[in-house]
Design a binder for this molecule. Structure first.
Ligand SMILES: *[C@@H]1O[C@H](CO)[C@@H](O)[C@H](O)[C@H]1NC(C)=O
Length: 193
């Protein structure tokens, strides 16, 4: 009895806390289509938003910071929805997961796997939001971040706002660094002799 009352209180609290979040409940296609369900977009012209990454490789146990930002701070966005996808891969396949605390006004969303998508949780103006993402620990081919970003009005949104592609941090890279280090140690030894 107490348990179910407590559960109800929590569900209501979560619902109240996220009144304008991506309506995954009401919009079950969101994970796959990344369309906000506001009807057709009125947006046109150059995409005013972009995604930046602080690395160009995904590696085992190495996270990447992902930022969605407005190119012009005077033209912010209110909503966004982003996932990492395989380049040329199936669109329903969100890869990796977001692992930081979601920034203010944002939330992580389950799209097939835990916290594999990230989106807004309120309709406040945003010029830049950043989250930490952890990719697969093995090479599954090149990936990119694919976002839908909603401007100041909900009818104005851009799909396929894309990051640069990232590839798996190759063991070769690590091995050649190791070889370079050994060669330098050997050289230092020879020079000293
Ligand atoms: C981005 O996502 C949309 C919606 O799933 C999809 O149609 C499109 O092909 C994706 N683009 C890339 C480059 O993955």
């Amino acid at each position: 009895m107490y348990k179910s009352v407590w559960l109800l209180v929590m569900v209501v609290a979560v619902a109240l806390a996220n009144p304008d979040g991506p309506p995954t409940g009401a919009n079950p296609q969101l994970c796959e289509t990344m369309l906000p369900g506001h009807g057709a977009t009125t947006a046109s012209g150059k995409v005013p938003f972009a995604i930046s990454l602080n690395a160009d490789k995904y590696e085992k146990a190495k996270s990447i910071d992902v930022s969605v930002y407005a190119k012009d701070a005077a033209a912010p966005f209110r909503g966004f929805f982003v996932q990492a996808r395989r380049v040329g891969g199936p669109t329903y396949d969100a890869v990796g997961s977001f692992i930081s605390e979601p920034a203010d006004g944002t939330q992580f969303i389950e799209c097939g796997t835990h916290n594999s998508a990230w989106g807004h949780a309120d309709r406040n103006k945003k010029t830049r939001v950043t989250a930490t993402w952890m990719g697969p620990s093995t090479d599954i081919g090149p990936l990119l971040f694919n976002a839908t970003v909603v401007g100041l009005s909900k009818e104005e949104y851009w799909t396929e706002v894309l990051s640069a592609e990232i590839t798996f941090g190759s063991a070769n890279g690590v091995r050649s660094q190791g070889m370079l280090l050994s060669a330098m140690v050997l050289l230092a030894y020879v020079v000293r002799k």
